[in-house]
Design a protein. Sequence first.
Length: 93
Amino acid sequence: MTETTAEGSPVSVLVRYFASARAAAGVEEEKVRLPGGATVADAVRQLRELHPGALGRILDAASLLLNEVAVRDTGRTLCDSDRLDVLPPFAGG
């Protein structure tokens, strides 16, 4: 369970990368520190800055999970200790 973070208090979010997102980021997971009140969109923007290049293209098409629930609204505010998963599109059969 996450706790509400007061606006202005920084939040730390664990970002986990899967498949090609992991290869593009060069790490399996990392903690990202954001200002209080930051949204999923803010986190994605910071990930693009941290890992310029291929990860940006992957983020354009990736699905995001916030605490194991699909993100439909990237304006959703993040809380301290949230977990954001980056799942690139994949094909299977």
